[in-house]
Design a protein around this ligand. Structure first.
Ligand code: SF4
Length: 397
């Protein structure tokens, strides 16, 4: 790590929290307890020992008073305890946004277009066919399919769409429809959430992405996405999906209207649901990108991203994987994230539209991802959504 740091990184801008250069006595006490717990850890069912579980008060102390690099080192210890194999995984997939037409008008969104807008679209089957074929030709194993809340498309449109993909491309994993979309379908059709998910599963859905979580605090949601699902509804979709044996991910988009402690509320809400269902495969914290949106904010600093990432690893002791976000932070900070709790490099992302609409357009080839992971001292391995490793790695992208 030290060699790579010397070679490649420049000093990011200083922030208030990053100026903490030594942990407070209260933070040091929590750090000592975690260090002792991790030293005794034997890997058991992707879960850290109970003695390493943080209370909300302890998490707040670490958040506000721990030295950034000590926090990162502890998160790395937790990551190594859960994933001692020296592997960093990634998935090869394509983000397909079936439509950008949306009636939600979230203030942080640069992607959507209101109904009737000249730039609004719904992808045709021909376009979808080309995108999925290309994805498979490039060694991709899955599509991540999400879209706006289109007022005129019935549930049968989505069932037909999934059914057609499943029939045409039986090998592709369909990771689709974030909780706000599922809630939108349920409200539009007047059907229970469980029935919507069950119908989509019957049509061919394999798993649900954790998008649309933003910050799981209704005060924040009412400010940034007042027309989208509530915290309880987001959690309900995930709880029902897990009860129907679907795996899902969870995300957190931070750096907009929320307070620091509301980020902790989000993390603890995910942890509580995972305690009861165990259905989250991974947690993906990423930073709000303000360009072209209705929110006048500066992007989060790299230090704040790494602090939240490390805290995520420490708080979410029951979520197996934490993803680095190279799409928003860039390859160098994502490489550094591998020493702040992340064990997964996210997606090769053959196509990405939502973050690109906010003016951020990092692109990485498979060879570059392998190089970044390898230079950090880990072995890169392509995986599926459920984190099984792909045996025959493709090298065409
Ligand atoms: S974030 Fe999703 S729900 Fe909100 S405006 Fe954008 S497309 Fe619509």
């Amino acid at each position: 790590m030290r060699r790579n740091l010397r070679q490649g990184y420049t000093c990011p801008p200083v922030s208030r929290r990053a100026s903490v250069s030594r942990s407070s006595p209260a933070a040091s006490a929590v750090e000592d307890r975690l260090r002792t717990s991790f030293a005794r850890t034997t890997r058991e069912k992707n879960r850290l020992p109970d003695s390493a579980r943080l209370t909300k008060d302890e998490a707040a102390v670490l958040y506000h008073e721990a030295d950034l690099f000590t926090l990162g080192a502890l998160a790395h210890l937790a990551r190594l305890a859960l994933h001692p194999e020296g592997i960093v995984t990634y998935v090869a997939d394509r983000n397909i946004n079936y439509s950008n037409i949306c009636i939600c008008a979230c203030r942080f969104c640069a992607f959507y277009r209101p109904p009737g807008h000249a730039e609004g679209y719904v992808l045709s089957r021909e376009e979808l066919d080309r995108k999925i074929r290309e994805t498979m030709e490039l060694g991709g194993t899955q599509i991540l399919m999400q879209g706006g809340h289109h007022p005129d498309l019935p549930l049968s449109f989505y069932e037909d769409l999934i059914g057609w993909i499943r029939e045409t491309y039986p090998a592709i994993h369909i990771h689709a429809f974030s909780p706000p979309e599922i809630i939108f379908f349920a409200e539009k059709e007047g059907l229970p959430v469980e029935e919507i998910i069950a119908r989509l599963i019957r049509a061919g859905l394999h798993s649900i992405p954790g998008g649309g979580a933003e910050i799981l605090v209704d005060r924040v949601r009412s400010q940034v996405s007042p027309n989208k699902c509530s915290v309880a509804q987001w959690l309900e979709v995930m709880e029902k999906a897990h009860s129907l044996n679907l795996k899902t991910t969870a995300t957190m988009m931070f750096g907009h209207e929320e307070e620091d402690d509301e980020r902790l509320d989000h993390l603890f809400a995910v942890r509580a649901l995972q305690d009861s269902t165990g259905g989250f495969t991974a947690f993906i914290p990423w930073t709000f990108q303000p360009a072209n949106t209705a929110l006048d904010r500066r992007p989060e600093t790299a230090q704040n991203y790494l602090r939240v990432l490390a805290l995520s690893r420490l708080i979410l002791d029951n979520v197996p994987s934490i993803q680095a976000s190279w799409v928003t932070m860039g390859p160098q900070i994502a490489q550094l994230a591998l020493f702040f709790g992340a064990n997964d490099f996210g997606s090769l992302m053959i196509e990405e539209n939502v973050v690109a609409a906010a003016g951020v357009s990092f692109r990485l080839s498979r060879a570059e991802i392998h190089s970044i992971i390898g230079k950090a001292g880990f072995t890169p391995r392509q995986r599926y959504m459920d984190y099984r490793l792909v045996e025959e790695q493709d090298t065409r992208t």
